[in-house]
Design a protein around this ligand. Sequence first.
Ligand code: GLU
Ligand code: MG
Length: 453
Amino acid sequence: MTPADIHGLSTDLAHQGVRGVHIGWVDNNGIVRSRIVPIGELEAAAHRGVGVTAAFAVFDSHDGITFAHEGLSTPSGDVRVVPVIDDPADVVRLAGQPHLAWTNARQLSADGDPWPYCQRAVLELQVDRAAAAGLELRAGFEVEVVVAKEGDDFVPAHRGPAYGPNALRDVDEFVARLLHDLAANGIEIGQLHAEYGESQVELALAAEDPLALADTQVLTRQTIHSAARAEGLRVSFAPLTTTAGAGNGWHLHTSMSRDGRNILPGEGPHGLSDEGRGYLGGLLRELPAIVAVTAPSTGSLLRRRPGYWAGAYGFWGVENREAALRLVPNSRLLGPERTNVELKACDASANPYLALAMVLGAGLAGIAEAADLPEPVQEDVGTWEEERRASAGIAALATTHEEARAHLVGSDLAREVLGEQLLGAFVACRDADAAWAAEHSVEEIVESHRWRY
Ligand code: GLU
Ligand code: MG
Protein backbone atom coordinates (compact mmCIF):
# COMPACT_ATOMS: atom_id res chain seq x y z
CA MET A 1 0.00 0.00 0.00
CA THR A 2 1.20 3.53 -0.69
CA PRO A 3 1.92 5.91 2.23
CA ALA A 4 -1.25 7.80 1.24
CA ASP A 5 -3.29 4.58 1.42
CA ILE A 6 -1.88 3.80 4.85
CA HIS A 7 -2.60 7.34 5.96
CA GLY A 8 -6.21 6.94 4.82
CA LEU A 9 -6.50 3.59 6.55
CA SER A 10 -5.16 4.92 9.84
CA THR A 11 -7.51 7.94 9.65
CA ASP A 12 -10.46 5.57 9.20
CA LEU A 13 -9.33 3.42 12.10
CA ALA A 14 -8.87 6.49 14.30
CA HIS A 15 -12.44 7.54 13.51
CA GLN A 16 -13.60 4.10 14.61
CA GLY A 17 -11.90 4.62 17.98
CA VAL A 18 -8.61 2.80 17.40
CA ARG A 19 -5.92 4.54 19.47
CA GLY A 20 -2.88 2.37 18.85
CA VAL A 21 -1.48 -0.44 16.73
CA HIS A 22 0.45 -3.46 17.92
CA ILE A 23 3.45 -4.25 15.75
CA GLY A 24 3.97 -7.90 16.62
CA TRP A 25 6.64 -10.47 15.89
CA VAL A 26 7.60 -13.84 17.33
CA ASP A 27 10.94 -14.66 18.92
CA ASN A 28 12.97 -17.87 18.84
CA ASN A 29 10.98 -19.25 21.79
CA GLY A 30 7.66 -18.85 20.03
CA ILE A 31 6.87 -15.95 22.37
CA VAL A 32 5.04 -13.04 20.75
CA ARG A 33 6.59 -9.62 21.35
CA SER A 34 5.21 -6.27 20.24
CA ARG A 35 5.40 -2.50 20.28
CA ILE A 36 2.33 -0.28 20.20
CA VAL A 37 2.48 2.89 18.13
CA PRO A 38 -0.25 5.55 18.35
CA ILE A 39 -2.58 5.24 15.38
CA GLY A 40 -1.31 8.57 14.01
CA GLU A 41 2.17 7.04 13.78
CA LEU A 42 1.20 4.01 11.71
CA GLU A 43 2.14 5.60 8.40
CA ALA A 44 5.61 6.51 9.69
CA ALA A 45 6.03 3.08 11.30
CA ALA A 46 5.12 1.35 8.04
CA HIS A 47 7.90 3.29 6.37
CA ARG A 48 10.74 3.17 8.87
CA GLY A 49 9.58 0.74 11.51
CA VAL A 50 10.18 0.99 15.23
CA GLY A 51 13.60 0.47 16.77
CA VAL A 52 14.11 -2.52 19.06
CA THR A 53 17.18 -4.22 20.46
CA ALA A 54 18.88 -6.83 18.31
CA ALA A 55 19.01 -8.91 21.50
CA PHE A 56 15.44 -10.13 20.88
CA ALA A 57 17.05 -12.76 18.67
CA VAL A 58 18.82 -14.14 21.72
CA PHE A 59 16.10 -13.77 24.35
CA ASP A 60 15.49 -17.12 26.03
CA SER A 61 12.07 -18.35 27.09
CA HIS A 62 12.45 -16.73 30.54
CA ASP A 63 13.34 -13.28 29.16
CA GLY A 64 16.98 -13.92 29.92
CA ILE A 65 19.36 -12.65 27.24
CA THR A 66 22.11 -15.00 26.18
CA PHE A 67 25.27 -13.53 24.75
CA ALA A 68 26.62 -16.94 23.79
CA HIS A 69 25.96 -16.47 20.08
CA GLU A 70 28.94 -14.86 18.44
CA GLY A 71 27.00 -12.59 16.08
CA LEU A 72 25.00 -10.99 18.93
CA SER A 73 27.37 -11.13 21.85
CA THR A 74 27.03 -7.57 23.14
CA PRO A 75 24.14 -5.31 24.25
CA SER A 76 24.77 -3.13 21.18
CA GLY A 77 22.66 -3.20 18.04
CA ASP A 78 19.29 -1.89 16.92
CA VAL A 79 16.88 -3.30 14.37
CA ARG A 80 13.62 -2.05 12.93
CA VAL A 81 10.35 -3.91 13.32
CA VAL A 82 8.28 -2.90 10.33
CA PRO A 83 4.60 -3.80 9.99
CA VAL A 84 3.79 -5.80 6.87
CA ILE A 85 0.90 -3.88 5.30
CA ASP A 86 0.24 -5.05 1.75
CA ASP A 87 -3.51 -4.84 2.08
CA PRO A 88 -5.98 -3.00 4.38
CA ALA A 89 -6.85 -6.37 5.92
CA ASP A 90 -3.28 -6.62 7.27
CA VAL A 91 -4.23 -4.07 9.93
CA VAL A 92 -6.81 -5.81 12.08
CA ARG A 93 -8.84 -3.90 14.60
CA LEU A 94 -8.92 -6.28 17.56
CA ALA A 95 -12.48 -7.27 18.36
CA GLY A 96 -11.49 -8.02 21.95
CA GLN A 97 -9.46 -4.81 22.38
CA PRO A 98 -11.22 -2.39 20.01
CA HIS A 99 -8.97 0.52 21.00
CA LEU A 100 -6.11 -1.39 19.37
CA ALA A 101 -5.30 -2.89 16.00
CA TRP A 102 -2.81 -5.64 15.17
CA THR A 103 -0.12 -5.92 12.52
CA ASN A 104 2.58 -8.54 11.98
CA ALA A 105 6.10 -7.35 11.42
CA ARG A 106 9.26 -8.22 9.62
CA GLN A 107 12.58 -7.22 11.15
CA LEU A 108 15.06 -5.19 9.14
CA SER A 109 18.51 -3.82 9.84
CA ALA A 110 18.81 -0.21 11.00
CA ASP A 111 19.41 0.76 7.34
CA GLY A 112 16.34 -1.09 6.13
CA ASP A 113 18.29 -4.02 4.68
CA PRO A 114 17.28 -7.64 5.29
CA TRP A 115 18.32 -8.78 8.77
CA PRO A 116 19.53 -12.38 8.94
CA TYR A 117 17.70 -13.02 12.22
CA CYS A 118 14.23 -12.14 10.88
CA GLN A 119 12.10 -15.26 11.21
CA ARG A 120 9.50 -14.02 8.73
CA ALA A 121 12.20 -13.50 6.11
CA VAL A 122 13.29 -17.11 6.59
CA LEU A 123 9.80 -18.26 5.62
CA GLU A 124 9.54 -15.73 2.78
CA LEU A 125 12.68 -17.27 1.28
CA GLN A 126 11.24 -20.79 1.32
CA VAL A 127 7.94 -19.54 -0.11
CA ASP A 128 9.91 -17.92 -2.96
CA ARG A 129 11.88 -21.13 -3.53
CA ALA A 130 8.63 -23.06 -3.74
CA ALA A 131 7.16 -20.51 -6.14
CA ALA A 132 10.23 -20.81 -8.37
CA ALA A 133 9.47 -24.52 -8.60
CA GLY A 134 5.82 -23.73 -9.37
CA LEU A 135 4.73 -24.95 -5.94
CA GLU A 136 2.79 -23.55 -3.02
CA LEU A 137 2.41 -24.95 0.47
CA ARG A 138 -1.04 -24.98 2.02
CA ALA A 139 -1.09 -25.25 5.78
CA GLY A 140 -3.31 -25.14 8.85
CA PHE A 141 -2.70 -25.36 12.60
CA GLU A 142 -4.77 -27.16 15.19
CA VAL A 143 -4.61 -24.97 18.27
CA GLU A 144 -4.91 -26.72 21.64
CA VAL A 145 -5.33 -24.46 24.63
CA VAL A 146 -5.89 -24.98 28.35
CA VAL A 147 -8.51 -22.68 29.85
CA ALA A 148 -8.20 -21.77 33.53
CA LYS A 149 -9.81 -19.41 35.99
CA GLU A 150 -8.06 -16.04 36.26
CA GLY A 151 -5.38 -16.12 38.97
CA ASP A 152 -1.86 -17.39 39.48
CA ASP A 153 -2.77 -20.95 40.39
CA PHE A 154 -4.01 -23.35 37.82
CA VAL A 155 -7.75 -23.81 38.44
CA PRO A 156 -9.45 -25.65 35.56
CA ALA A 157 -12.30 -23.77 33.90
CA HIS A 158 -14.15 -26.81 32.58
CA ARG A 159 -14.55 -30.25 34.05
CA GLY A 160 -14.90 -32.38 30.96
CA PRO A 161 -15.86 -34.85 29.71
CA ALA A 162 -13.50 -34.63 26.75
CA TYR A 163 -15.37 -33.65 23.59
CA GLY A 164 -18.46 -33.00 25.73
CA PRO A 165 -20.80 -30.13 24.97
CA ASN A 166 -21.43 -29.96 28.70
CA ALA A 167 -17.74 -29.28 29.27
CA LEU A 168 -17.97 -26.30 26.93
CA ARG A 169 -21.10 -25.19 28.80
CA ASP A 170 -18.77 -24.36 31.72
CA VAL A 171 -17.02 -21.82 29.48
CA ASP A 172 -19.99 -20.88 27.33
CA GLU A 173 -19.48 -17.10 27.50
CA PHE A 174 -15.83 -17.55 26.50
CA VAL A 175 -16.79 -19.76 23.56
CA ALA A 176 -19.41 -17.29 22.38
CA ARG A 177 -17.01 -14.38 22.63
CA LEU A 178 -14.23 -16.34 20.98
CA LEU A 179 -16.36 -17.37 18.00
CA HIS A 180 -17.42 -13.77 17.60
CA ASP A 181 -13.92 -12.31 17.93
CA LEU A 182 -12.26 -14.84 15.65
CA ALA A 183 -14.74 -14.05 12.88
CA ALA A 184 -14.48 -10.31 13.49
CA ASN A 185 -10.68 -10.53 13.30
CA GLY A 186 -10.93 -12.38 10.00
CA ILE A 187 -9.78 -15.73 11.40
CA GLU A 188 -11.49 -18.70 9.83
CA ILE A 189 -11.78 -21.90 11.83
CA GLY A 190 -13.02 -25.34 10.86
CA GLN A 191 -14.29 -26.37 14.28
CA LEU A 192 -13.92 -26.02 18.04
CA HIS A 193 -14.32 -28.60 20.80
CA ALA A 194 -13.52 -29.59 24.37
CA GLU A 195 -10.22 -31.48 23.94
CA TYR A 196 -8.97 -34.55 25.76
CA GLY A 197 -6.65 -32.81 28.22
CA GLU A 198 -7.72 -31.28 31.50
CA SER A 199 -9.75 -28.11 30.87
CA GLN A 200 -8.53 -28.11 27.27
CA VAL A 201 -10.19 -26.61 24.20
CA GLU A 202 -9.13 -27.00 20.59
CA LEU A 203 -9.85 -25.08 17.45
CA ALA A 204 -8.62 -25.76 13.92
CA LEU A 205 -7.44 -22.89 11.76
CA ALA A 206 -8.46 -23.08 8.09
CA ALA A 207 -5.68 -23.83 5.59
CA GLU A 208 -3.89 -20.85 4.06
CA ASP A 209 -0.60 -20.09 2.35
CA PRO A 210 2.29 -20.29 4.84
CA LEU A 211 2.88 -16.57 5.44
CA ALA A 212 -0.81 -15.89 5.85
CA LEU A 213 -1.12 -18.85 8.21
CA ALA A 214 1.81 -17.82 10.40
CA ASP A 215 0.40 -14.29 10.59
CA THR A 216 -3.04 -15.69 11.41
CA GLN A 217 -1.61 -17.96 14.09
CA VAL A 218 -0.04 -14.98 15.87
CA LEU A 219 -3.27 -12.99 15.71
CA THR A 220 -5.16 -16.06 16.94
CA ARG A 221 -3.06 -16.14 20.10
CA GLN A 222 -3.92 -12.52 20.91
CA THR A 223 -7.58 -13.11 20.06
CA ILE A 224 -7.88 -16.11 22.38
CA HIS A 225 -6.01 -14.41 25.24
CA SER A 226 -8.34 -11.39 24.98
CA ALA A 227 -11.55 -13.41 24.84
CA ALA A 228 -10.46 -15.37 27.90
CA ARG A 229 -9.51 -12.29 29.90
CA ALA A 230 -12.83 -10.64 29.11
CA GLU A 231 -14.59 -13.60 30.72
CA GLY A 232 -12.45 -13.83 33.86
CA LEU A 233 -10.39 -16.69 32.43
CA ARG A 234 -6.82 -17.24 31.48
CA VAL A 235 -5.47 -19.49 28.76
CA SER A 236 -2.22 -21.32 28.31
CA PHE A 237 -0.78 -22.54 25.03
CA ALA A 238 2.32 -23.97 26.75
CA PRO A 239 3.28 -27.46 25.55
CA LEU A 240 2.58 -28.72 29.06
CA THR A 241 0.51 -26.79 31.59
CA THR A 242 0.74 -29.46 34.30
CA THR A 243 3.12 -32.37 34.61
CA ALA A 244 0.28 -34.90 34.41
CA GLY A 245 -1.97 -35.56 31.44
CA ALA A 246 -2.10 -34.40 27.86
CA GLY A 247 -0.19 -31.38 26.64
CA ASN A 248 -1.05 -28.68 24.14
CA GLY A 249 -0.04 -29.66 20.64
CA TRP A 250 -0.29 -27.22 17.74
CA HIS A 251 -0.37 -29.90 15.07
CA LEU A 252 0.57 -28.64 11.65
CA HIS A 253 -1.31 -29.92 8.59
CA THR A 254 0.32 -29.33 5.22
CA SER A 255 -0.13 -30.15 1.57
CA MET A 256 1.60 -28.94 -1.57
CA SER A 257 -0.15 -27.40 -4.57
CA ARG A 258 0.71 -26.64 -8.16
CA ASP A 259 -1.61 -24.28 -10.06
CA GLY A 260 -4.04 -24.46 -7.17
CA ARG A 261 -4.24 -28.26 -7.20
CA ASN A 262 -3.04 -30.50 -4.40
CA ILE A 263 -0.21 -32.63 -5.78
CA LEU A 264 -0.01 -35.10 -2.88
CA PRO A 265 -2.83 -37.47 -3.95
CA GLY A 266 -2.26 -39.92 -6.79
CA GLU A 267 -2.50 -43.46 -8.02
CA GLY A 268 0.45 -44.84 -6.04
CA PRO A 269 0.40 -46.81 -2.79
CA HIS A 270 -1.66 -45.21 0.00
CA GLY A 271 -3.25 -42.85 -2.50
CA LEU A 272 -0.08 -40.82 -2.96
CA SER A 273 1.39 -39.42 -6.15
CA ASP A 274 5.14 -39.75 -6.77
CA GLU A 275 5.56 -36.17 -5.64
CA GLY A 276 3.38 -36.91 -2.62
CA ARG A 277 5.72 -39.77 -1.69
CA GLY A 278 8.69 -37.46 -2.12
CA TYR A 279 7.08 -34.78 0.03
CA LEU A 280 6.28 -37.14 2.88
CA GLY A 281 9.64 -38.88 2.51
CA GLY A 282 11.37 -35.50 2.71
CA LEU A 283 9.57 -34.67 5.95
CA LEU A 284 10.30 -38.10 7.41
CA ARG A 285 14.02 -38.11 6.74
CA GLU A 286 14.41 -34.61 8.22
CA LEU A 287 12.08 -35.18 11.14
CA PRO A 288 14.71 -34.96 13.94
CA ALA A 289 15.84 -31.53 12.74
CA ILE A 290 12.31 -30.39 11.93
CA VAL A 291 10.99 -31.15 15.40
CA ALA A 292 13.96 -29.38 16.99
CA VAL A 293 12.37 -26.26 15.47
CA THR A 294 8.66 -27.12 15.56
CA ALA A 295 8.67 -28.35 19.18
CA PRO A 296 11.84 -26.75 20.48
CA SER A 297 11.37 -25.81 24.13
CA THR A 298 12.16 -27.60 27.37
CA GLY A 299 8.37 -27.97 27.69
CA SER A 300 8.20 -29.54 24.21
CA LEU A 301 10.69 -32.20 25.26
CA LEU A 302 8.56 -33.00 28.33
CA ARG A 303 5.40 -33.14 26.22
CA ARG A 304 6.99 -35.72 23.94
CA ARG A 305 5.79 -38.92 25.62
CA PRO A 306 4.47 -42.08 23.95
CA GLY A 307 0.74 -42.64 24.15
CA TYR A 308 -0.31 -38.98 24.03
CA TRP A 309 -0.61 -38.59 20.26
CA ALA A 310 2.14 -35.99 20.50
CA GLY A 311 4.52 -37.68 18.02
CA ALA A 312 7.05 -39.37 20.27
CA TYR A 313 8.56 -41.61 17.57
CA GLY A 314 9.87 -40.74 14.13
CA PHE A 315 7.58 -42.70 11.82
CA TRP A 316 4.58 -42.19 9.59
CA GLY A 317 1.23 -43.91 9.32
CA VAL A 318 -2.04 -43.59 7.47
CA GLU A 319 -4.47 -41.94 9.89
CA ASN A 320 -2.25 -43.18 12.73
CA ARG A 321 -2.55 -40.58 15.47
CA GLU A 322 0.42 -41.89 17.41
CA ALA A 323 2.70 -41.27 14.42
CA ALA A 324 4.75 -38.08 14.29
CA LEU A 325 3.59 -37.80 10.67
CA ARG A 326 0.00 -38.80 10.02
CA LEU A 327 -1.12 -39.05 6.43
CA VAL A 328 -4.71 -37.86 6.04
CA PRO A 329 -5.71 -39.31 2.66
CA ASN A 330 -8.50 -38.38 0.31
CA SER A 331 -11.77 -40.16 0.79
CA ARG A 332 -14.90 -40.48 -1.33
CA LEU A 333 -16.71 -38.28 1.14
CA LEU A 334 -14.03 -35.63 1.54
CA GLY A 335 -13.11 -35.42 -2.13
CA PRO A 336 -9.96 -35.48 -4.22
CA GLU A 337 -8.16 -32.43 -2.76
CA ARG A 338 -8.07 -33.46 0.86
CA THR A 339 -4.75 -35.29 1.20
CA ASN A 340 -2.45 -33.70 3.77
CA VAL A 341 0.24 -34.58 6.26
CA GLU A 342 -0.16 -33.80 9.93
CA LEU A 343 2.97 -33.10 11.98
CA LYS A 344 2.15 -33.90 15.59
CA ALA A 345 5.48 -32.81 17.05
CA CYS A 346 4.68 -29.11 16.84
CA ASP A 347 3.54 -26.72 19.55
CA ALA A 348 3.16 -23.08 20.54
CA SER A 349 6.78 -22.73 21.63
CA ALA A 350 7.68 -22.98 17.94
CA ASN A 351 8.06 -19.77 16.00
CA PRO A 352 5.38 -20.40 13.34
CA TYR A 353 7.44 -18.80 10.56
CA LEU A 354 10.42 -21.03 11.31
CA ALA A 355 8.24 -24.11 11.76
CA LEU A 356 6.63 -23.63 8.37
CA ALA A 357 9.95 -22.82 6.75
CA MET A 358 11.53 -26.06 7.97
CA VAL A 359 8.57 -28.16 6.82
CA LEU A 360 8.46 -26.42 3.45
CA GLY A 361 12.23 -26.72 2.96
CA ALA A 362 12.18 -30.42 3.81
CA GLY A 363 9.16 -31.05 1.59
CA LEU A 364 10.63 -29.22 -1.40
CA ALA A 365 13.87 -31.19 -1.11
CA GLY A 366 11.92 -34.42 -0.75
CA ILE A 367 9.96 -33.70 -3.94
CA ALA A 368 13.04 -32.59 -5.88
CA GLU A 369 15.01 -35.69 -4.86
CA ALA A 370 12.10 -38.14 -4.90
CA ALA A 371 12.93 -39.06 -1.31
CA ASP A 372 12.31 -42.65 -0.26
CA LEU A 373 9.27 -43.47 1.75
CA PRO A 374 9.14 -46.65 3.83
CA GLU A 375 5.93 -48.55 4.46
CA PRO A 376 3.54 -46.85 6.89
CA VAL A 377 3.15 -48.23 10.40
CA GLN A 378 -0.39 -48.50 11.71
CA GLU A 379 0.38 -49.54 15.28
CA ASP A 380 1.43 -47.73 18.42
CA VAL A 381 5.16 -48.36 18.20
CA GLY A 382 5.55 -47.20 21.81
CA THR A 383 4.15 -50.60 22.84
CA TRP A 384 6.84 -52.44 20.84
CA GLU A 385 10.13 -53.77 22.20
CA GLU A 386 13.08 -51.50 21.42
CA GLU A 387 14.54 -54.25 19.21
CA ARG A 388 11.46 -54.35 17.03
CA ARG A 389 11.50 -50.58 16.60
CA ALA A 390 15.19 -50.66 15.77
CA SER A 391 14.71 -53.32 13.11
CA ALA A 392 11.88 -51.26 11.63
CA GLY A 393 14.21 -48.24 11.55
CA ILE A 394 12.05 -46.30 14.01
CA ALA A 395 13.75 -44.13 16.64
CA ALA A 396 12.36 -42.04 19.46
CA LEU A 397 12.48 -38.33 18.72
CA ALA A 398 14.64 -36.29 21.07
CA THR A 399 13.59 -35.95 24.69
CA THR A 400 16.78 -34.25 25.89
CA HIS A 401 18.36 -30.96 24.96
CA GLU A 402 21.60 -32.69 23.95
CA GLU A 403 19.82 -34.92 21.43
CA ALA A 404 17.73 -32.09 19.99
CA ARG A 405 20.76 -29.83 19.75
CA ALA A 406 22.80 -32.48 17.95
CA HIS A 407 20.00 -33.00 15.42
CA LEU A 408 19.83 -29.28 14.79
CA VAL A 409 23.49 -28.41 14.45
CA GLY A 410 24.09 -31.57 12.40
CA SER A 411 21.36 -30.73 9.92
CA ASP A 412 22.22 -29.31 6.51
CA LEU A 413 18.55 -28.49 6.08
CA ALA A 414 18.45 -26.39 9.27
CA ARG A 415 21.60 -24.54 8.22
CA GLU A 416 20.20 -23.88 4.76
CA VAL A 417 16.67 -22.94 5.80
CA LEU A 418 17.42 -20.93 8.93
CA GLY A 419 20.75 -19.58 7.75
CA GLU A 420 23.97 -19.86 9.71
CA GLN A 421 23.32 -16.79 11.88
CA LEU A 422 19.73 -17.46 12.86
CA LEU A 423 20.59 -21.11 13.52
CA GLY A 424 23.39 -19.95 15.84
CA ALA A 425 21.05 -17.63 17.74
CA PHE A 426 18.36 -20.28 17.92
CA VAL A 427 20.76 -22.86 19.36
CA ALA A 428 22.05 -20.29 21.87
CA CYS A 429 18.46 -19.78 23.06
CA ARG A 430 17.99 -23.53 23.46
CA ASP A 431 21.28 -23.77 25.37
CA ALA A 432 20.21 -20.96 27.69
CA ASP A 433 16.87 -22.64 28.35
CA ALA A 434 18.59 -25.96 28.99
CA ALA A 435 20.95 -24.31 31.49
CA TRP A 436 17.91 -22.84 33.29
CA ALA A 437 16.15 -26.21 33.24
CA ALA A 438 19.18 -27.99 34.68
CA GLU A 439 18.76 -25.91 37.86
CA HIS A 440 15.03 -26.51 38.19
CA SER A 441 12.61 -29.38 38.69
CA VAL A 442 10.21 -30.58 36.00
CA GLU A 443 7.35 -28.94 37.95
CA GLU A 444 9.22 -25.64 37.99
CA ILE A 445 9.95 -25.81 34.26
CA VAL A 446 6.30 -26.46 33.46
CA GLU A 447 5.13 -23.76 35.86
CA SER A 448 7.61 -21.23 34.48
CA HIS A 449 6.17 -21.54 30.98
CA ARG A 450 2.50 -21.86 31.88
CA TRP A 451 1.57 -18.20 31.60
CA ARG A 452 4.22 -17.21 29.07
CA TYR A 453 2.42 -18.82 26.13
N1 GLU B 1 -2.86 -33.12 23.13
C1 GLU B 1 -2.08 -33.97 22.26
C2 GLU B 1 -0.71 -33.33 22.01
O1 GLU B 1 -0.06 -32.98 22.91
C3 GLU B 1 -2.76 -34.24 20.95
C4 GLU B 1 -4.10 -34.89 21.02
C5 GLU B 1 -4.70 -34.95 19.62
O2 GLU B 1 -4.30 -35.76 18.82
O3 GLU B 1 -5.50 -34.08 19.31
O4 GLU B 1 -0.29 -33.19 20.91
MG1 MG C 1 -6.12 -32.25 19.43
